[in-house]
Design a protein around this ligand. Sequence first.
Ligand code: MN
Length: 487
Amino acid sequence: MNSKKIWFVCGGQHLYGTEAFSQMRSHANEIANALNEYTECKIVFKELVTTSAEITAVMRAANAEDSCVGIITWMHVFSPSKMWIEGFSLLQKPLLHLHTQYNREIPWDSIDMDFMNLNQSAHGDREHGFIGARMRLSREIVTGYWRDEDVCQSVAQWARCAAAYAFSKTLKVARFGDNMRYVAVTEGDKVEAQIKFGWSVNGYGMGDLTEVINNVSEGDVSAKMDEYNMRYEMNTNDVAAVAQQAKYEVGMRRFLDAEDCRAFTTTFEDLHGLKQLPGLAVQNMLFDGYGFGAEGDWKTSALTAVMKYMAQGLKGGTAFMEDYTYNFAGKDSAILGAHMLEVCPSVAAEKPKIEVHPLGIGGKEPPARLVFDGTDGHAVASAIIDMGDRFRMITISAQLLAISRSMPKLPVARLLWKPLPNLKTSATAWIMAGGAHHTCLSNALNENHMRTFARMCDMEFVLIDENCDLDALEKELLYNDVIYRLR
Ligand code: MN
């Protein structure tokens, strides 16, 4: 992400003479540098634009430059917005309109018309806002003083999403085996997903994968075992079963890297040539940033890869997840999330243990997996579903709970969370909106990251948080159906 850039573009015009141009450039540069302190990708002052031709040129250049993942515009003075129409009609990168001004407070004793003409973002940004609204531009608007922490953080969040959006546009997903038979929610329109999100989703034969796995050398397996021993606690005597997973991991990485894929799916119904369902192998790859979806779930796999990219450098983890079972306990009612095996250890509260246990599903040998309890704190969980005429992202806010019970007969990764505002309301809303059983859960990202990413993709976004009102949600879903059909 730190090789990516956001271009900061300052708007002006010639009406007030050109004397102030150097001052405007220097102010814009100072603001861009201050914002840059907060971001993983670089925010660079690019240009003071004062004519239609200059604006169009900078937008064209932004489209053509791969390292540029977004544009921030700010009007130091009044910049007539008809000048921006051609440029904005061409712009293909995410846009943030920063509504700030260079000076924090009014210099009451010295303020005169010259000062006002130079510092009139309140005026110029309104003209700029109009053309954004008039052209129906998808954009983020951040308002406030540019040195304030909340303003810098909002810009930084958006920048992270813009970089993840660029990543999404080039993401390739490999599917080993098809969708779990008869399952509906993990299906979807892959062509539309590529148009919308950029995801190129393709199937590969298990025979081709197992050929690569069978050619993994003993030396590569033993290096991978060293990594497992360093990262995790070996809590089994069945080293051979663990070595199987090491072999799978080396092979799968080799296969995915050769195909330039950063996300993949497996399914327990198609493991031809493998002795175990990939468990530990998948978990360790998730930890290193690969996206994954079980049972052929390519949407959750791609979303997990995007969310992991977005969360780079942030505290916390991001994991493929499944709502598994409930604990109905009044106001403390909670969801126990887990999967057969494949939950990412980035959300572990403790050093994960490698264990080998039989798996009732799939009819294969007992697979090695990571066993751990999840961490606590605030989290979001998101799913993308295909509504037939559009994709919908559904996101919940949740409170992850520390697990106080041991569950000795459940040797998988386990997370416990209380969805907001409570289980009853959140789960009703989730069911009403058609949310999947697979999600990507993150305590590194927040609701705004997910909303902003959905907006960049022009995707329907349904948030279920502490303010959830079921009556309002029912109407929102009904209205959205009409709106998306009209579009
Ligand atoms: Mn599943």
